[in-house]
Design a protein around this ligand. Structure first.
Ligand SMILES: Cc1cc2nc3c(=O)[nH]c(=O)nc-3n(C[C@H](O)[C@H](O)[C@H](O)COP(=O)(O)OP(=O)(O)OC[C@H]3O[C@@H](n4cnc5c(N)ncnc54)[C@H](O)[C@@H]3O)c2cc1C
Ligand SMILES: NC(=O)c1ccc[n+]([C@@H]2O[C@H](COP(=O)([O-])OP(=O)(O)OC[C@H]3O[C@@H](n4cnc5c(N)ncnc54)[C@H](O)[C@@H]3O)[C@@H](O)[C@H]2O)c1
Length: 469
């Protein structure tokens, strides 16, 4: 029977990073994934496909040029599903190729099979052909990810009612779309289809959406969506979803009925724990199939078995999953790790983009810290003018006492890239002075940091700053 220093179950972002990190430390590694191709949810049904779809939609629709040429502007008239899928396929093929090459260069072995624990040092591997084998390991990483939550009461049929995986297999674009669930997935898809001028209704049982983001950013975001005709139904749950021959109906708990050609149900995800044989190692999962780990080491209750990525729950991002995989592998092989930075950025690839790092204004206020905000509107930057950007803004929050940057929040073009300046300043404990004293390239959208820093500095008052020194 073969034996490996590290067995990785699942080849998504956390598994991939753990595998390469282990190999870099000179360890023997086997990655098993039951999927047809390497890459996990991130490459095949999640991050990369949805972001490629978004990019294609923005390019073909001429979205970024509409600020100049008006809302009727289109690069391509009559955009069809084929136009979107073509680019998707090329991007996914490229991602898989890069991953396979990375594994090859680092002598990481991989095998297509479903893994199931037999003990704390062995798994059974079941291939599609029905062939069964067994493998032993010193350490294992459970990085099996999640799948869309599909309640039995929702009539998923790939014709009228879809989950987020199935949205990538649409045969044609919907004439009208209802999206159930105002989480990140629901909001991203709702706004992507809305950018294609598909009339979209977004349903969310809570009173608002994305409540982990600074309120001012979300208020502006919602205003932009309503302004372009998206309908939002907040504050009422879904009583029933019906798939009819020529349309779908979503009946809300308050009695309202929403008719549309298609429905996307995007109300959360659940962990892939079935068949994993967790009982053989005495590890338990919660009702949503999530596994508990030590947040610093990523060990499960069995010390040589780690878990990382979406299977351990929040924040369930490809970005954080990768880092968790690396940390797990380092811990397994005794590489000392400094404490993780306090903050990480969150990028929401809606149209428009949102990105956020550090504390929201609501969190700062609740913590009782005296603070001041600085704001820069993209339309007030020269780069914004040049690009025809007529919306979006950056908000920075500073402590009045220490002058340190506590949070950076952006809605608008380039938000997910621009946020890293805020992330660096927060994690390096920078203050408002960084923005005031440094010169930024001009004309850039990044200059918004300078403008927001100056705005805060003006409000904070020269006298207060001197007093704090
Ligand atoms: C629509 C969508 C958009 C997203 N967009 C973003 C984004 O823009 N940015 C971002 O940071 N994150 C995004 N995410 C989240 C991101 O995709 C996940 O956080 C990430 O994929 C989780 O990685 P993971 O390591 O848990 O593994 P996953 O990518 O979930 O992969 C798990 C793998 O394990 C395999 N597996 C499962 N069970 C077994 C078994 N028993 N044996 C063998 N193999 C098994 C599966 O086949 C799969 O290949 C998005 C998610 C979705 C759904
Ligand atoms: N850009 C990104 O980083 C990105 C993009 C997509 C997904 N993701 C990750 O994927 C994970 C899953 O995303 P998600 O949006 O599916 O889940 P989620 O849990 O973030 O959001 C689900 C939403 O559906 C609502 N909801 C729950 N039950 C409902 C019901 N019965 N009817 C109607 N609405 C209901 C919830 O109130 C919530 O707003 C997230 O944790 C996210 O981090 C990240």
């Amino acid at each position: 029977m073969s034996r490996y220093a590290m067995l990785v179950i699942g080849s998504g972002p956390s598994g991939r990073r753990a595998a390469v990190q282990s190999a870099k430390l000179g360890k023997s590694v086997l990655v098993v994934d039951k999927g047809r191709r390497l890459g996990g949810v991130s490459v095949h049904t999640g991050t990369i496909p949805s972001k490629t779809l978004r990019e294609t939609v923005l390019n073909l629709s001429g979205w970024r040029e509409r600020g100049f040429y008006g809302r009727g502007y289109r690069v391509k008239q009559d955009i069809a599903v084929g136009d979107l899928i073509q680019r998707l396929q090329k991007t996914l093929d490229h991602e898989v190729e890069v991953l396979q090459h990375q594994f090859m260069r680092n002598a990481v072995k991989h095998q297509r099979a479903a893994a199931s624990f037999l003990s704390a040092n062995s798994v059974a591997l079941l291939a599609d052909s029905g062939e069964r084998s067994e493998v032993e390991f010193d350490h294992a990483l459970i990085s099996v990810g999640t799948k869309p939550h599909r309640p039995a009461t929702i009539p998923f049929d790939r014709k009228r009612v879809f989950d987020s995986d199935e949205m990538l297999e649409l045969e044609r674009l919907p004439r009208t779309l209802t999206v159930i669930g105002g989480g990140v997935i629901g909001v991203e898809y709702a706004t992507i289809f809305s950018a294609l001028d598909v009339p979209v209704t977004l349903v969310e049982p809570r009173q608002s959406i994305l409540d982990f983001v600074d309120r001012e950013i979300i208020d502006d975001f919602i205003h932009q969506l309503r302004d372009r005709g998206m309908v939002m139904r907040f504050g009422s749950g879904v009583r029933e979803v019906l798939s009819k021959p020529d349309h779908a109906e979503v009946i809300l708990a308050d009695g309202r009925v929403i008719r549309s050609e298609m429905v996307l149900y995007a109300a959360g995800r659940s962990g892939n724990v079935e068949g994993l044989g967790l009982e053989a190692i005495g590890v338990e999962a919660d009702v949503r199939g999530r596994i508990k780990v030590d947040p610093h080491t990523l060990q499960t209750s069995v010390p040589n078995i780690y878990a990382a990525g979406d299977i351990i729950g929040f924040p369930s991002l490809a970005s954080t999953s990768m880092e968790q995989g690396r940390v797990a592998a380092c811990h397994a092989f005794g590489v000392p790790l400094p404490p993780a930075p306090e903050t990480f950025p969150y990028g929401i690839y809606a149209v428009p983009e949102i990105s956020t790092v550090g504390q929201s204004e609501e969190e700062v206020r609740a913590s009782g810290i005296a603070y001041e905000c600085g704001v820069a509107r993209f339309r007030e930057t020269s780069r914004g003018h040049i690009m025809g950007v007529d919306s979006g803004f950056l908000k920075l929050i500073f402590s009045l006492e220490t002058r340190r940057l506590l949070g950076a929040h952006i809605v608008g073009e380039g938000a997910t890239e621009l946020i890293h300046i805020g992330q660096a300043v927060i994690n390096l404990q920078g203050t408002v002075d960084f923005f005031v004293e440094n010169t930024f390239n001009y004309p850039t959208l990044a200059e918004a940091y300078k403008i927001a820093g100056l705005d805060a500095w003006n409000r904070m008052g020269y006298a207060a700053l001197r007093a704090a020194e």
